[in-house]
Write a protein of this length. Structure first.
Lengths: 404, 404
């Protein structure tokens, strides 16, 4: 077991300017873990409070998703306006996305999709999912052909999570750009180079493709980008959009919100998640280049067990005696954190919290529960994914009338 | 009659840095007229010499186009390589374009198209014509809908010039972007923001859409942008492209040539024209916002006559006596310059040159000849344009197999 670190001490002393956490769509760098309260302040978003969660439950007539109750989706912009709009029986849609990567998705990738599926089921609204294979091509050392292949693999993983084929449109930017382009142009006429540089931290040494990209990720916020879902003649100015995403994507949509009114459109609303921590703990970020930093949906039983046992950072005592005496530091324990994301049963989670935190359970006991759960999720996912044929994939990605 | 100005004196004295002529795709500013020799030096292109014109005639078995013989198309990049390629029986194509503007085209707009038609007829190669309605939207205070409408009007004018429907593909960026986008991405990954700023003079205060545009104008240089003309499986690395354009468009293609090899493609070749002067003379540039600076193809007989009589800058003597005594300054005379662009008959042009230059013809005589010629061209064009139906227009712009 590894010695737990004390969270955030580094951030709370010394030169705050120098030590400031960096959270951009391409870089998360925060010694001692991300300070989410600070992020809310810096970005100017709102905390999701109990009143809002209660309202969610009232409107949907269902228990709120564990990610809401457990503070994993913790921040928002204009979520109240979305609920007002919904209660008034007016049109809105969900928009999320993914930058396709090689091979299988890992558990961190699934987080926004699990939650998005809950929102779609709870509110029965159309969902659009953007696969930013253009972005991946621009940022990574890959070919367009590779970006296309990654897209199909990732789309199958997403479909396997159970999205409603009647209400979900998945599109790859490389194939759908002609529908986005008019909106992209309108956005990119309203923003100057300096503004985009400031929002994303681009410099003159960055590829010109990179600074051209943000208006493309902004475009699906606007219903005219989806004429097959919202046919021409629809009053686009009255349709709202809600974006579930990790908080590092917020810069795109702060930018979009700034131009929305000048486009005669509604500002997109957001609901932000925290980051799914790497196995090594909150100190480090999950990295696609380090396969041992994450559990992949394609990992088999032995690999899952091995990764959790070897790498999942423990907040437990350094010895059995210490654990019994002092209990685990749950703030830094990755296995317990993962259970918060994966164990739906609130009562069981609470029992583990108390037992592990007071030294009645060992880290190995918690890891055993986590391994069983993750193996089960992986197995179920692999079985579901095997049923996603090329044809189903093509249907989700086809331009078609929807049942909305 | 107006006093002739002495050409280029301002440019040949004083601080050369300050007085330097500005030639960009959006701005031509050169006191005393553009110095084309200087431009060739600055841009690093090659003069078209008699040897090259002779070779043109040998290969095509036809008299060279008057624009070549009269130095109107005066500069090139890799034109010899295109002729070598053609003689070796290898594939190449022509690419030109236009930023669609409201209403009718004027004579200056037609210049590259007249010449492009000659090239297509002489070499029997495919031609692609890009309508940059996205660029116009970004640079001008117009809506996307207006940009689309201007496109159709301008395309009809272009078709009326007689392009071969079997070998000509006209496309609007707003409708064809999905085919360009993969190449646009590949180009925009290889150029950094600083490079594009330097080539085009953009600053951080420019709209981000503007700096995103040059890779879009560059993309049609590469045959993979036209899979219906050059089907997948074609060896794209062996197909060359020749671009007839006014020399102010050169920055786009200097940029493109810089990245071509890294894309595994041929560098595009270019053949550059001078600018068609405004009625007011070489000192001023033709301006879409001043209808009296140009003759439009839609102008009727009386308007053409009126514009030429009132506005065409004269190099003739200030009085009849002076004209008889000294003759006209043909270097600055706009009517004579226009005749060089429009009068195919070399012998008649030479007679006018001698008679007007030595005072045997008055400005009014030359203007009369010019008016007759322009009215005839306008009449012929209007008749031809009236035959361009929406259906013909749609065929030219449709993605179809071509007879090549």
């Amino acid at each position: 077991m590894t010695e737990p670190t004390v969270e955030n001490t580094e951030n709370n002393q010394g030169n705050e300017e120098e030590e400031e956490q960096i959270v951009t769509p391409w870089d998360v760098n925060a010694k001692g873990g991300v300070d989410y309260d600070k992020l809310i302040n810096k970005f100017g978003s709102q905390q999701i409070d109990q009143t809002l969660i209660d309202r969610f439950e009232r409107i949907t007539g269902k228990r709120a998703h564990p990610y809401l109750r457990r503070g994993i989706f913790f921040s928002h912009r204009d979520l109240k306006e979305i609920l007002d709009h919904h209660e008034a029986g007016r049109k809105w849609f969900l928009y999320t996305g993914r930058g396709p990567s090689s091979g299988s998705l890992h558990f961190g990738h699934l987080l926004p999709f699990f939650f998005t599926k809950y929102l779609q089921d709870a509110f029965n609204v159309p969902l659009v999912i953007q696969m930013t294979n253009d972005e991946k091509f621009l940022w990574k050392d890959i070919t367009l052909q590779q970006a296309r292949e990654f897209t199909i693999g990732n789309v199958k993983d997403i479909i396997a999570l159970g999205f409603d084929i009647e209400k979900t449109f998945i599109f790859s930017n490389l194939d759908y750009i002609q529908y986005l382009y008019p909106t992209t142009l309108r956005i990119s006429k309203l923003l100057n180079i300096n503004q985009v540089k400031n929002i994303f931290g681009f410099t003159d040494q960055d590829a010109v493709g990179k600074i051209s990209f943000p208006p493309i990720q902004a475009s699906p916020c606007f219903p005219e980008s989806f004429p097959h879902i919202f046919p021409p003649g629809t009053d686009y100015s009255q349709i709202k959009c809600l974006i579930p995403c990790a908080i590092d994507q917020d810069p795109y949509f702060r930018m979009t919100r700034d131009v929305a009114q000048r486009l005669g459109a509604q500002k997109p609303a957001l609901i932000h998640s925290k980051f799914f921590p790497a196995l090594q703990g909150h100190n480090t970020k999950m990295s696609a280049s380090d396969v041992n930093s994450a559990v992949y949906l394609s990992d088999n039983k032995d690999v899952v067990a091995d990764k959790i046992k070897k790498y999942a950072f423990s907040g437990g005592g350094a010895t059995k005696e210490e654990q019994v005496k002092f209990g685990a530091n749950l703030e830094v324990d990755v296995s317990f954190e993962y259970l918060k994301y994966m164990l739906d049963d609130d009562q069981k989670l609470e029992e583990i919290r108390v037992a592990y935190g007071t030294g009645k359970m060992m880290t190995s006991d918690v890891k055993k529960i986590l391994i069983e759960l993750m193996v089960k999720i992986c197995d179920q996912h692999q079985a579901a994914r095997a049923k996603v044929t090329d044809e189903i994939c093509a249907t989700f990605m086809s331009i078609r009338k929807m049942n909305i």
